[in-house]
Design a protein around this ligand. Structure first.
Ligand code: NAG
Ligand code: NAG
Ligand code: NAG
Ligand code: NAG
Ligand code: NAG
Ligand code: NAG
Ligand code: NAG
Ligand code: NAG
Ligand code: NAG
Ligand code: NAG
Ligand code: NAG
Length: 715
């Protein structure tokens, strides 16, 4: 296309390859002499030479000591830097031919005028040329293109007119070129990248940008540009990346963007764009196909209002006032990676099409009025609670392939509220570490347990939040018959809760506490409970990668179903043991079950669960928490030095086991003895000497136990 005029503030960032040409001068002393003569001549030529500081400071001796001048070792000038000196005059007598070693020339912000002399082209070593904020006029000399070492050239804010030498546009390497605020014309049709970010550009963006028909990348971010974005910013139809964040741009988003099929990344946030976003992007065919390449569009922090037009692939629309539903078509942007819709007024449910957004990695929909199911995709599974909070009742199922029977995979917030009678105490069946547990009979007949988080008035207590997330993450990952199933969770500013399978008989602790239920839990059932817990822990520690440690195994966190099968629950303190993350932690757990080493080390591993399992097992056999027995044994054990135990310490197992049941006989008795041995091995104060849960689970199944027990058990 044709040439264009740039009467506005715009600066061009191009890239120039560096080459060096040899100096033509032989001796440095002759160079120095010529330089001194030339500088004095130029000083004398200035219109207001008597007023400037040069009149008193550029006198006598070597110019190497003069203000604004730096020399190399040979005494020739490398740097002439006189910005803001009030110099008035021309460059006519400053013959650059005589400065062969100059690398830096800065005469910015003086009152210099006239043409830029063509001998500027003889500064073959120049890397930095700044003549901005003067009143130079005339052609930019084409010799400027001979400056092969140039990295930065600024002729901004002069009265230069005419065309930009074509060759400059052809030099394509590392250089910044600032030409804004002149009267330049140039043929920049070949310009593919215009990068003006992180400057102090002010004023409007020139509408002549429209002429840049080859433009693929326009970066204007972090300036003080104001006014609108040029209407035809995608005139050439090749624009790929457009970044104008953090300016003072205002007005409507150009409607031309909507047809700009090449767009890949658009960032408009941190401006004052206004208007009805539907109008800016709407009016066009409803096909979204046009923008399927788009993976990033940020519009946050504006005052955009209206509905999200279905035609655009939104990335960051956060902190606007967008109302209405999320358009279904958003789910068709299959390359979308980041989606931030937080802090708007979006309502309704998230479109089902979102389940296809497999490329999405980060999502944030917090602070809207969304409700209904959370899409079953990775980004949502991995989203922190923070990214979902403060909506009208979003509910997620945690297991990708799991559905709440009869609910089409959906748990709806209202159903839970209704079923628990708004968490009425009538339906409360217990309390866990960080919440109360309710029984909820859903309308379709399904009964679930709901753990509602203790919440403060408007924000969740951060520890509870952490527990909530740990539980969701741990339980989303594991499925085992002896581990309670998490069906889903709902987040709401008032009520956040987890939905589990309902385990009918409640906690082992309660069953053991009540005489009738304790008696019903006979020896065989008790041995089976111990096996179930061992299997669950063995699975978590050894069959899951990375290993998961529970950290709060206790009789309160083991639930029994109708068949007295154990289900380990309460994963609020669970930790993944990842190779690349620290295993150091703060102390958690239930008093009476915590491994002794955790009182002096904060390093956590599977062996702390093994200890708690040992306590739990003894508890199952005794029918009550073995606290007294354990402290008696540990004080006696520390008194004795050898593995052999004095006679008076020998505990009669038959005296300590649950006396509410009839004494075990035959095979059951042998199994109890073996189980007790295993349990005591788990209680070894040295964590390294405790068996692993895998060994425990195997031993319980085979009833063959290879570990020496700490002390004798008498039948
Ligand atoms: C501008 O450059 C393009 C491509 O080099 C050329 O086709 C066009 O004729 C030029 N226009 C002017 C006015 O020089
Ligand atoms: C360049 O842009 C200006 C301002 O938008 C316009 O008036 C002019 O016609 C354009 N020139 C070409 C060759 O497109
Ligand atoms: C030199 O003259 C210019 C233009 O009249 C003026 O702006 C500048 O301040 C003068 N410099 C000094 C040092 O007086
Ligand atoms: C030239 O001198 C100026 C002012 O002293 C300084 O800011 C600049 O870094 C110098 N350039 C080089 C290449 O030494
Ligand atoms: C130019 O210099 C004057 C005085 O030295 C200063 O007040 C002014 O801000 C400078 N302007 C620019 C654009 O640097
Ligand atoms: C100065 O540059 C001109 C080209 O503009 C060239 O012909 C001449 O040889 C150069 N002189 C020196 C001394 O480098
Ligand atoms: C557009 O941006 C992406 C991501 O930063 C980058 O990989 C790509 O090279 C850019 N394309 C152009 C033409 O600048
Ligand atoms: C926004 O524009 C759309 C399409 O023109 C229109 O239907 C809608 O009413 C507008 N909304 C607002 C809030 O102005
Ligand atoms: C969403 O909000 C709009 C008003 O902004 C209302 O008309 C619409 O009924 C709401 N939709 C839902 C599902 O609440
Ligand atoms: C989601 O957005 C909210 C509000 O902007 C912010 O507080 C929160 O940190 C974000 N969360 C994530 C995970 O990005
Ligand atoms: C944490 O523990 C796991 C399992 O024992 C181990 O694989 C991992 O290397 C440990 N990480 C660190 C940082 O020590």
């Amino acid at each position: 296309m044709a040439s264009f005029i740039i009467p506005f503030k715009a600066l061009f960032f191009l890239i120039v390859v560096l080459h060096q040409s040899p100096s033509v001068f032989a001796s440095s002393s002759s160079i120095a002499a010529k330089e001194t003569e030339t500088l004095l001549k130029w000083k004398a030529s200035l219109d207001n030479n008597t007023q400037t500081v040069l009149s008193s400071l550029w006198v006598g001796g070597s110019p190497c000591n003069w203000v604004g001048i730096t020399c190399d070792k040979a005494g020739t000038i490398t740097n002439l830097s006189l910005p803001d000196y009030g110099l008035k005059g021309t460059l006519h007598s400053l013959n650059f031919l005589f400065f062969p070693n100059l690398v830096w020339l800065n005469l910015r912000n003086n009152s210099l005028y006239g043409p830029i002399p063509s001998h500027i082209g003889n500064l073959s070593k120049l890397t930095h040329l700044d003549l901005s904020y003067n009143t130079f006029s005339g052609n930019i000399p084409s010799e400027i293109c001979l400056l092969k070492s140039l990295e930065l050239i600024s002729l901004a804010s002069n009265e230069i007119s005419g065309s930009i030498p074509l060759e400059i546009g052809r030099q394509s390497s590392v250089s910044e070129i600032y030409f804004f605020d002149n009267y330049l014309r140039g043929n920049m049709t070949k310009l593919v990248g215009l990068h003006l970010q992180h400057n102090h550009l002010s004023g409007p963006i020139p509408s002549t940008l429209n002429n840049l028909t080859h433009l693929q990348s326009l970066r204007l971010a972090y300036n003080n540009l104001n006014g609108p974005l040029p209407e035809n910013v995608c005139h050439g139809g090749l624009l790929v990346n457009l970044t104008v964040i953090n300016n003072n741009l205002m007005g409507h988003i150009p409607t031309s963007l909507k047809n700009c099929k090449s767009l890949y990344r658009v960032r408009l946030e941190g401006n004052h764009f206004t208007g009805n976003i539907s109008e800016a992007f709407g009016e066009i065919p409803k096909e979204l196909g046009a923008l399927t390449l788009m993976f990033r569009l940020l519009l946050s922090g504006n005052q955009l209002s209206g509905k999200i037009p279905p035609e655009i692939g939104i990335l960051d629309l956060s902190h606007n006032l967008i109302i209405g539903a999320i358009p279904q078509q958003l789910g068709e942007l299959h390359s979308l990676e980041i989606l931030d819709l937080s802090h708007n007024m979006l309502n309704g449910s998230i479109p089902i099409s979102f389940n296809d957004l497999q490329s999405l990695t980060v999502v944030n929909i917090s602070y809207n009025q969304l409700e209904g199911p959370i899409p079953n995709i990775k980004a949502f599974h991995e989203a922190s609670f923070d990214a979902l909070r403060n909506n009208n009742g979003l509910c997620g199922t945690t297991w990708r392939f799991f559905t709440v029977r009869g609910y089409n995979g959906r748990i709806l917030y209202e159903n839970i509220i209704e079923a628990t009678e708004d968490f009425s105490s009538n339906n409360c069946i217990g309390s866990g570490g960080y919440g109360a547990v309710y029984k909820a009979a859903l309308p379709i007949g399904e009964v679930v347990a709901v753990k509602k988080l203790h919440q403060s008035e408007d924000s969740m207590i951060s520890n509870n939040l952490k527990a909530f997330e740990s539980e969701i993450h741990a339980l989303s990952e594991i499925r085992h018959r002896n581990i309670v199933k998490l069906y889903g969770f709902c987040s709401h500013p008032k009520n956040s809760f987890l939905v589990y399978e309902f385990v009918e008989r409640g906690s082992l602790k309660m069953v053991l506490r009540n005489k009738d239920t304790a008696m019903e839990l006979d020896w065989e059932k008790r041995l089976n409970v111990v096996k179930g817990v061992a299997n669950a822990l063995s699975y978590m520690h050894h069959d899951h990668s990375p290993p998961i440690i529970h950290r709060d195994i206790s009789s309160n966190n083991v639930l029994l179903d109708l068949d007295y099968e154990a289900h380990v629950s309460d994963f609020g303190t669970a930790r993944f043991l990842k190779p690349d993350s620290s295993n150091w932690t703060s102390l958690v757990g239930t008093f009476g079950y915590i491994a002794p080493e955790l009182t002096y080390t904060m390093k956590v591993d599977e062996k702390c669960d093994v200890y708690s399992f040992g306590v739990l097992t003894i508890e199952v056999l005794m029918g009550r928490h073995p606290g007294d027995l354990l402290s008696y044994l540990s004080s006696s054990a520390s008194a004795s030095t050898s593995a052999s135990v004095p006679n008076d310490l020998q505990i009669l197992l038959k005296d300590v086991i649950d006396q509410r049941l009839s004494p075990p006989k035959n095979q059951v008795l042998e199994d109890i003895v073996c189980t007790a041995k295993i349990a005591f091995a788990c209680l070894n104060s040295n964590p390294q000497l405790r068996p692993t849960m895998q060994q425990v689970a195997q031993a319980l199944t085979s009833q063959w136990f290879p570990f020496p027990s700490l002390f004798m058990i008498i039948k």
